[in-house]
Write a new protein. Structure first.
Lengths: 263, 241
């Protein structure tokens, strides 16, 4: 086969794999959500698992989220403060916080932390369950693994992701105020006025919506790759693939959403 | 309960053929034992009959219905009629032993926790399990895990029971205990399929035996037929074991 023939074959194979992958993740998300809402069986049990997942993804990540958010708030205000005060444009500090933290880095950083902490764990957990026949064991009891295993992890991660993003944004704002007050003597009332004048309802909604979509896809991708593990040695590979694909997805979704809502 | 008819079933993983155009019939209430070396396709065939493995071609008819064509909902309903004893126990590691065992009842019924406990306790006493059920399964020995695995498979009183090499990895004490449990279920005339490498046990308990080699049943029949077979691959397998 000549070069063009090989290139064509590789291209077709690559496209097929991408379609299979995106189709797989979308189907996983769609059918797990549908199965939860259509079939009420085992709801109590599943709701308990969702709460556990929220605790695991949310509560246990609070420390790292606090640290990252505080640092981001401090650095953002510190970097912009002197430039803005030189030009007498201190009011713009609210705009900068809005654009950098609320719209962009709040949901993005939170998603990254969720990805590195929880998505990897979920991918490895599902992979282990696959290899040890635990998923088959559930199915043999007539229990839908999409509903019992997949949905609680997705729901838990989305709910935790949204609340963590709100928390991240709030802590960042506090960090920004602390440095503004210490360095430039910015009063709380003035700072809050700048923030309120800059941040719109759309910005807050977008921040929350973005975090929900990020979490949805991170969890979907992590679970999808977890289900691809059939041998012990494939579990770390599945986890790595989940992380790499999720990072790509995060950037891609972020660009798409920013283009749609802010251009 | 119903007859099981496996017709021209082929299973391919990537490009290798694991089950090769296999055909077999199991009658209602039969105890069918699959014998074969490891890698011969016993577990895959068991999973095919249980509806856990993807079939590349062919059909598996249970009571005249082809389960290969089942929707996910139909398959889950079929699974509820089955009990599957996994070779590696396959207990859910992030749940307690009790949660593993109560899962079926918690999910499918409105029974109170007390009633569920009593049901499970009855089966645990029957198999002779006396460890702490509030603990995670990782504290259990291989033999104890197998007993919990068996209780999980039988406690909802399924119509079909599939045993995937339940005697492997067990010491003689637990082997004897598991053999006794299997014998009890045979007496109840449950339709059961057992995959094993233990020829003596297979001959002593089976209604029908199938010998698997490289994804094909090379011969099947009653234990007497197989024992007295003159077919050379069968003879070779029996003599080598």
């Amino acid at each position: 086969m000549n070069f063009i023939g090989r290139f064509y074959n590789n291209f077709i194979t690559s496209v097929n794999m991408k379609i299979k992958y995106y189709g797989g993740v979308t189907a996983l998300l769609y059918y797990s959500i549908i199965s939860y809402f259509i079939d009420k069986k085992g709801r109590n049990r599943i709701n308990k698992i969702i709460i556990m997942q929220i605790y695991f993804t949310g509560n246990l990540a609070l420390m790292i989220i606090s640290l990252a958010a505080l640092s981001l708030g401090i650095v953002t205000v510190l970097q912009s403060y002197y430039i803005l005060s030189n030009y007498g444009a201190l009011k713009q500090v609210g705009d900068i916080i809005n654009i950098i933290i609320i719209r962009e880095l709040g949901p993005f950083f939170t998603a990254f932390i969720i990805l590195s902490r929880s998505a990897t764990a979920i991918s490895a957990e599902i992979g282990t369950m696959m290899v040890n026949d635990e998923i088959n064991a559930l199915e043999m009891l007539g229990i839908d693994s999409l509903k019992f295993v997949v949905f609680p992890r997705i729901a838990g991660m989305v709910i935790a992701g949204v609340f963590l993003t709100i928390y991240f944004n709030a802590i960042s704002l506090i960090g920004g105020f602390l440095v503004g007050n210490l360095v430039g003597g910015l009063s709380f009332d003035t700072y809050i006025t700048y923030i309120i004048n800059s941040i719109t309802f759309l910005d807050i909604s977008m921040s929350i919506f973005k975090s929900a979509i990020f979490s949805l896809f991170i969890s979907g991708i992590a679970i999808y790759y977890g289900f691809q593990a059939f041998e012990q040695t494939q579990i770390p590979q599945a986890t790595t693939k989940a992380v790499v694909s999720s990072i790509f997805a995060l950037f891609f979704i972020d660009i798409i959403m920013s283009v749609i809502f802010y251009l | 309960m119903a007859n099981i008819y496996i017709k021209d079933v082929t299973v391919r993983f990537n490009k290798s053929v694991v089950i090769d155009k296999l055909t077999e019939r199991l009658s209602d209430g039969d105890f069918y034992v699959m014998l074969g070396l490891s890698g011969s396709g016993k577990t895959t065939l068991l999973k095919i009959i249980a509806g856990l493995a993807f079939v590349s071609s062919g059909s598996v008819e249970i009571g005249g219905e082809n389960i290969v064509k089942y929707s996910q909902r139909q398959m889950l309903d079929y699974h509820r009629c089955c009990g599957y004893v996994f070779q590696n126990a396959a207990l859910i590691s992030n749940m307690s032993i009790y949660e593993n065992l109560s899962l079926y009842y918690n999910y499918h019924t409105d029974l109170s926790e007390k009633d569920i406990y009593l049901k499970i306790k009855k089966f645990l006493d029957y198999v002779g399990f006396d460890n702490d059920i509030s603990q995670r399964p990782n504290i259990l020995s291989a033999g104890e895990k197998m007993l919990v695995n068996i209780v999980r498979a039988i406690s909802h009183e399924p119509e079909y029971i599939f045993w995937d090499s339940p005697l492997s990895n067990l010491d003689t004490h637990y082997q004897n205990r598991v053999k006794k449990i299997i014998l009890d279920f045979k007496k109840q005339k449950k339709t059961m399929v057992l995959a094993t490498g233990d020829i003596d046990f297979a001959f002593s308990i089976a209604d029908k035996i199938g010998i698997l080699q490289k994804g094909r049943i090379i011969e099947s029949g009653t234990p007497g037929d197989i024992k007295n077979s003159n077919y050379s691959p069968t003879r070779e397998f029996i003599d080598n074991e």
